[in-house]
Design a protein around this ligand. Structure first.
Ligand code: DAH
Length: 348
C-alpha cells in the first residue's frame, strides 16, 4: 500500500510541470485530491489493513496530501505570474515616448482643430441626449441621393459634383445626410435624435475656400410635434459651443430636396460684429449650415410614418467653422498634414 502511495506521488510530481493553465490546474487537483481522486481511492483501501499498518499508512497519506497541496499552490502561482507577464508583453505602452521625442528636439503636435471642434460638438450633443452615428464614405446612390428625395435626373444632383465609381452605382458620399436614412433605419421607433460627424467628398476645383474632401456635422431629431423653434434652439446651442458665446443667428429660405421648408442659417460675422468686412463679404452675416423640417418622402424612405412623426435635420460645414473660430484664411491649411500647423492649437 505504501508503495502505491509513493507511486501516485511520483506520477503527480512528474506531470505537475506540464499543467500550464489555471483551469487545467483545477482539473489536475481534483484528479489527485478530489472526492473521487487518486488519493481518496487509495485511502478507501485502508479498511483492510491492520491497526499498525493503518497508522503508518494514514500518516504517510497525510504527508503526501500536504506535499501535493503545497506543490499545487506553488505551480499555480507560477502559472498566474506567467499569464500576467504574457498579458503585459502583449499590451505594453511606452510612456517614455514623449520624453524621448522631446530629447531629439521634436515635439508632439496638438489635436487637429477639426478634431477638437468635432469632439466639442459631440460632447455637447451627447449631453443633450443625442446619439452619435457613423456611416460609410463609399455609399450607394440610394442613401446619398435617392432616399433623400433626389431621384435620378433631378437637377439637385448637379448641385453637388460627385465622385462616382466605375459601376455608376457607388460614389464617395457628397454629404453626411446619407446618415439620415441609415439612422432612421437603425433607430426604427421615434422619438430619437442623433448627430453624425464625418468626411465628405466633392469634385470641386480647389481654392482658398474649397477642398475636395471636407467635413460635415449632420443632425436629426424625429418626434411628435417638432417645430422650427426646436431646431433653432439646438442650432444656437451648437454655435454657442463652437464660439463659446451667444451668437446672433438668422434663417433664410434655402432649397434642399430633403427638407420642406428648408433654410440656410447664418450667424453674425464675429470678425466685424455684423458691420461688414472681407470675410463676410461686407454683408455682416456668415453662412453656417443648411437645415429644415424633414421632407415626408425622406421619412417614408427611412421607414417612418410621416402622418405620425416629424422632425428637423441640419448639415453643418465644419471646416468653415474651424476657420472662423481660429481666424484661418485658407482651407488648404487644414489638410496639409503639417505638424507646425496643428501645433498652434495645443493650447485651445
Ligand atoms: N447636405 C447638405 C449639403 O451638403 C446640407 C444640409 C442641408 C443638410 C439641409 C441637412 C439639411 O440635413 O436639412 O449641402
Amino acid at each position: 500500500m505504501l508503495d502505491k502511495l509513493q507511486e501516485v506521488l511520483n506520477e503527480f510530481e512528474q506531470s505537475l510541470d506540464s499543467v500550464n493553465s489555471l483551469p487545467d490546474m483545477a482539473q489536475f487537483k481534483s484528479e489527485y485530491l478530489g472526492k473521487k481522486g487518486k488519493l481518496k481511492g487509495l485511502m478507501s483501501g485502508m479498511k483492510d489493513l491492520s491497526v499498525e499498518e493503518k497508522k503508518s499508512f494514514g500518516a504517510k497519506a497525510n504527508e503526501v496530501k500536504q506535499t501535493m497541496e503545497e506543490a499545487i499552490g506553488k505551480r499555480s502561482q507560477q502559472i498566474e505570474l506567467s499569464e500576467i507577464n504574457a498579458k503585459l508583453e502583449k499590451n505594453w505602452q511606452d510612456i517614455s515616448w514623449l520624453e524621448r521625442v522631446k530629447d531629439k528636439g521634436q515635439q508632439s503636435a496638438g489635436l487637429h482643430p477639426l478634431t477638437k471642434i468635432t469632439r466639442d460638438l459631440e460632447d455637447i450633443f451627447l449631453s443633450m441626449g443625442f446619439d452619435i452615428l457613423d456611416g460609410p464614405h463609399i455609399e450607394t446612390e440610394f442613401y446619398n441621393f435617392e432616399a433623400l428625395n433626389v431621384p435620378a435626373n433631378h437637377p439637385a444632383r448637379d448641385l453637388q459634383d460627385t465622385f462616382w465609381f466605375n459601376d455608376m452605382k457607388h460614389l464617395l458620399r457628397t454629404q453626411t445626410s446619407n446618415i439620415q436614412i441609415r439612422g432612421m433605419e437603425q433607430k426604427k421607433n421615434p422619438p430619437f435624435k442623433f448627430v453624425a460627424p464625418g468626411k465628405v467628398f466633392r469634385s470641386e476645383s480647389l481654392d482658398a475656400s474649397h477642398e475636395a474632401a471636407f467635413h460635415q456635422f449632420e443632425g436629426m431629431m424625429i418626434g411628435e410635434d417638432i417645430s422650427v423653434s426646436h431646431m433653432i434652439h439646438f442650432l444656437r446651442t451648437l454655435l454657442r459651443e463652437v464660439f463659446k458665446k451667444d451668437i446672433n443667428v438668422r434663417l433664410r429660405p434655402g432649397y434642399f430636396p430633403f427638407v420642406e421648408p428648408g433654410f440656410e442659417l447664418d450667424y453674425e460675422c464675429l470678425l466685424c460684429g455684423g458691420k461688414g468686412c472681407s470675410v463676410c463679404k461686407q454683408v455682416g452675416w456668415v453662412e453656417a449650415l443648411g437645415c429644415g423640417m424633414v421632407h415626408p418622402n425622406v421619412l417614408k424612405a427611412g421607414g417612418i410614418d410621416p402622418h405620425k412623426w416629424n422632425g428637423f435635420a441640419w448639415g453643418l460645414g465644419v471646416d468653415r467653422l474651424v476657420m472662423m473660430r481660429y481666424h484661418i484664411d485658407d482651407v488648404r491649411h487644414l489638410h496639409q498634414g503639417d505638424l507646425r500647423f496643428s501645433e498652434q492649437f495645443k493650447a485651445y
